[in-house]
Design a protein around this ligand. Structure first.
Ligand SMILES: Nc1ncnc2c1ncn2[C@@H]1O[C@H](COP(=O)(O)OP(=O)(O)OP(=O)(O)O)[C@@H](O)[C@H]1O
Length: 264
């Protein structure tokens, strides 16, 4: 489904701030894979997602989605098939527009249904109502509420819905629950897991929470220094504990996870 072939990217090349963020990275994801991504600070996790999304063009290598070479496809064109969520709940929604208008925008953009100026029709309103209801946050009764008035958790759940209202080929989640309080984070994570399972969405999810990384998804990709250190799957992953993973990481990479990852 997703193939990354020999991807490298260096920021600020030939300056004192030169930083090789990804180095000859290869990755293959099968259809429906839900891969959690962890690694120390600066390992290249966000850069990996940004390169897949088209935010950055790699210096070397190729990106294929469903066999199609997307390496030089612009970010806004890739957005038709890739959903990308960030840590900041303020990103990804328009605060001065209502919930319904935001969903309308996302729906039109992803489905190619023509501009929002045509108005949201009854059929779409009903679809949005039902989709919001499934979140179990009461947002279906607040469709005329401006998004800027929502809490961080509600907003992040809405952003997730917008990214998946037309099922994307690939979903990229960059610590999308990290800015939420623990209870809300758990709720948004449950919603995330349900949406991914229901629509069978191929997903890469960066998390700093090691137990979440082992609990959710079917594979865990561990990054270090711009490369994939190792991938856990199958029995090995099933039998993995947080403690074992911390020691495996330091033995394989001679590096440590950050305190934030270990303490949480
Ligand atoms: N736009 C950029 N310009 C310059 N350097 C960058 C840029 N983006 C990332 N880097 C550098 O590339 C390296 C990898 O960064 P990246 O954000 O991908 O790491 P990460 O694994 O997501 O880290 P963290 O867990 O701290 O968010 C870091 O050294 C970072 O400083």
């Amino acid at each position: 489904m997703l193939d990354l072939k020999d991807i490298s990217i260096t920021f600020n090349a030939h300056t004192v701030n030169e930083r090789k963020a990804l180095s000859h990275l290869n990755l293959h994801l099968d259809d429906g894979d839900f891969v959690t991504v962890i690694g120390s600070n600066g390992a290249g996790k966000s850069t990996l997602l940004n390169v897949i999304a088209g935010t950055y063009e790699p210096d070397e290598g190729s990106i294929f989605i469903d066999g199609q070479d997307m390496t030089f496809t612009k970010e806004h064109k890739r957005a038709n098939v890739i959903g990308h969520l960030f840590q900041d709940p303020m990103k990804g929604t328009a605060p001065n527009m209502t919930i319904e208008e935001n969903l309308g925008l996302a729906y039109c953009r992803a489905s190619g249904h023509g501009p929002l100026s045509l108005g949201i029709r009854k059929k779409e309103r009903e679809f949005f109502y039902e989709t919001l209801k499934a979140l179990n946050l009461g947002l279906e009764d607040r469709m005329k509420t401006e998004v800027g008035l929502l809490s961080g958790g509600q907003r992040q759940a809405l952003t997730l819905l917008m990214a998946t209202i037309v099922t994307p080929k690939l979903l990229l989640l960059d610590e999308h629950t990290a800015a939420l309080d623990p209870k809300t984070s758990e709720k948004v994570m449950t919603i995330t897991n349900d949406i991914i399972a229901e629509h069978h969405i191929t997903t890469l999810m960066i998390t700093h929470n090691i137990s979440n990384a082992l609990e959710y998804g079917n594979k865990t990709l561990v990054m270090n220094d711009g490369q994939i250190a190792f991938i856990l799957e199958g029995e090995e992953r099933k039998n993995m504990t947080v403690e074992k993973l911390i020691s495996l990481y330091s033995s394989k990479t001679e590096n440590e996870f950050s305190d934030r990852m270990i303490l949480e």
